[in-house]
Design a protein around this ligand. Structure first.
Ligand SMILES: C[S@@+](CC[C@H](N)C(=O)[O-])C[C@H]1O[C@@H](n2cnc3c(N)ncnc32)[C@H](O)[C@@H]1O
Length: 281
């Protein structure tokens, strides 16, 4: 047993940082430049404390042990990933969905299949679900199913609970909030929970995009893969985009994050709007 101060003061040495960085890059494609050392050190100090360990040497030994690879790895992945997300992040994607894609798609189809491939804490898939339910209200008979995946099991547990601080839903118009969110009955708790309607056709699964995409269907109409490619190098971005294209129907759409693109990447897609691509095999 150690005091929390001892664990708190433990420093990540440069060779230890390199070892963890190589492991993260090799297994998850996430780059760990030197500028991330302080961030990683801070996040892992909490794991050292949580596991009642003394320092990084003990932590790394534990992480790479058989037990650690089962029990600690999900928390380690959570510590290295950046989960920043928002409801209606990059709103032009949802405008495209509402104003262009859905009216056109529904002329010849009654069922839509969507994959939110870096779903984080759920704001992205729930925003898509709001748009689809609003569309279905005016177009009864139209149906959808959605898969939300992320490398972090921890963050997906939060996503499936669907509980958010009131401030996080500020951006959503009041009439939409009233329809799809439930206010905590205890008024002191400033949280909302997504209504079961938003969760109905959505399931979550832990998936590493840089590993073979085993068991993922190959007939999606839309894939949202936003703000995750930025963590990968060019080679890995190309590999992931091509693996995702193999899961998209011809003519399906891929949405990337605002600072991501397929420039310089060989992939069977054609850009139709900023950060929106059509699968053109
Ligand atoms: C910055 S968030 C983006 C969330 C959402 N797509 C958005 O744009 O708001 C990036 C997410 O990618 C996930 N991630 C990182 N590396 C991944 C990988 N190799 N496979 C799958 N998900 C990954 C992280 O856990 C994190 O939740």
């Amino acid at each position: 047993m150690v005091s929390s101060n001892e664990a708190f003061s433990s420093k990540l040495t440069i060779p230890q940082f390199k070892k963890l960085g190589e492991f993260i890059h090799r297994n998850y494609g996430i780059q760990m430049p030197d500028s991330k050392k302080v961030l990683l050190e801070g996040r892992l100090q909490k794991r050292i404390k949580h596991n009642n360990l003394i320092n990084f040497t003990e932590y790394i030994n534990y992480l790479f042990s058989d037990t650690g690879q089962t029990k600690e790895l999900p928390f380690f992945i959570d510590a290295v990933s950046t989960n920043k997300t928002d409801f209606y992040r990059e709103p032009h994607h949802f405008e495209f969905l509402r104003e262009e894609f859905l009216p056109e798609f529904s002329k010849n189809n009654t069922h839509l299949k969507i994959w939110s491939a870096a779903a984080s804490s759920g704001e992205e898939p729930y925003t898509i679900a709001i748009e689809l339910l609003e569309f279905i209200e005016k177009n009864p008979g139209f149906t959808y199913e959605m898969l939300g995946t992320d490398i972090s099991t921890e963050i997906l547990q939060r996503a499936s609970k669907g509980i958010y601080n009131l401030k996080r839903v500020d951006i959503i118009p009041l009439y939409i909030k009233r329809k799809y969110f439930l206010r905590n009955k205890n008024k002191n708790r400033k949280t909302v929970k997504v209504s079961p309607l938003l969760q109905k056709n959505l399931r979550y699964r832990t998936i590493n995009l840089t590993a073979p995409l085993v068991g993922i269907p190959n007939d999606f109409d839309l894939v949202f893969c936003r703000n995750v490619l930025i963590y990968f190098n060019r080679e890995m971005q190309e590999k992931v985009i091509n693996a995702i294209c193999a899961k998209l129907k011809p003519g399906g759409y891929l949405f990337l994050g605002h600072s991501e693109s397929t420039t310089g990447i060989s992939a069977p897609v054609t850009q139709v709007a900023p950060t929106i691509y059509k699968h053109t095999p």
